[in-house]
Design a protein around this ligand. Structure first.
Ligand code: ZN
Length: 293
């Protein structure tokens, strides 16, 4: 090894060490139903008349959170596209300082890539859980799920993703979405910063803030919550007992092919895992990767 190479390696090490000591690493999971300005079916699925417009709106709410995170002390931001195909965000539309995780073929879906190395998690564009009487496009995972319970507590996407963040010891510091999504998240993380970008009148109609105002609030909220974030101890339960009620009998019937999955009612299955990432992976397989037809 030459002296120059040794000096270079030493310099790289010092630089790498410096970055980790000074800047935070922030994880942003971005869904679409709770994005400012999104209100209709034709906006949330690829091929819908206004889909291309809503993916730009999604990128702008994400960018507001990214800007705020960097202002609040982030040195690194990773964005995970968490809606449907998970290929909604165009990399060219995102703040170039962030990295983007794309495509839905993931073990951990909405929290793919999250691990102990992060300092804070932000949920952008989230929605109410399945079977909520109010909340724009309320659902959990996909339309086939009626309810998911972990150790007896009903969890929407925000709840499940929070259990994953707790497993890794990373605090969830902010959520944006409609008022129902923000309220439901407070059952999991009482002190969380919530940015309500629209008020759900029912499951379809909303009273929305202007996207410009919503982004201003998202940026300010991300800045403050990232600056105030502190790593927390990993919260790992002895067991994760999952009960999933579906809206059909087909998925539970197929699921019984796996010995550890018990059919407890014609529409309901139960299983237990000793790690949340393992439990999350199975939940995702059940609602997403079994064709019920
Ligand atoms: Zn969702």
């Amino acid at each position: 090894m030459t002296k120059t190479l040794v000096a270079f390696l030493l310099a790289s090490f010092v630089l790498a060490f410096d970055v980790s000591a000074q800047g935070k690493k922030v994880y942003i999971s971005v869904d679409m139903e709770g994005i400012s300005g999104v209100v209709g079916d034709d906006q949330t699925s690829a091929g819908g008349a206004e889909y291309n417009r809503s993916r730009k709106l999604m990128a702008e709410d994400a960018n507001a959170a990214i800007r705020g995170a960097f202002e609040g002390g982030a040195a690194e931001v990773v964005v995970n596209d968490s809606h449907g195909s998970q290929r909604n965000l165009l990399p060219e539309d995102l703040d170039p300082r962030a990295r983007l995780i794309s495509h839905s073929f993931k073990r951990h879906g909405m929290v793919e890539g999250l691990d102990e190395s992060f300092d804070a998690v932000i949920f952008v564009g989230y929605h109410a859980k399945a079977d909520s009487p109010r909340g724009l496009f309320a659902h959990t995972g996909s339309g086939v799920v009626k309810d998911v319970q972990v150790n007896g507590k009903s969890a929407g996407e925000g709840g499940l993703n929070t259990l994953m963040a707790q497993w890794y010891g990373v605090p969830v510091v902010m959520i944006t979405g409609d008022d129902v999504a923000v309220e439901q998240q407070k059952e999991w993380t009482p002190g969380i910063r919530g940015v309500v970008v629209k008020r759900a009148i029912n499951m379809r109609a909303v009273e929305g803030k202007s996207p410009a105002e919503a982004r201003r609030e998202i940026q300010a909220g991300a800045k403050e919550s990232v600056a105030a974030s502190r790593k927390v101890a990993r919260e790992r339960l002895a067991a994760y007992k999952v009960r999933m009620q579906l809206r059909n009998f087909t998925i539970p019937e197929v699921a019984t092919a796996f010995r550890e999955i018990q059919l407890v009612a014609p529409d309901t299955v139960e299983f237990t895992r000793d790690s949340m990432p393992d439990a999350y992976r199975i939940i995702r397989v059940l609602y997403r990767f079994i064709n019920p037809d």
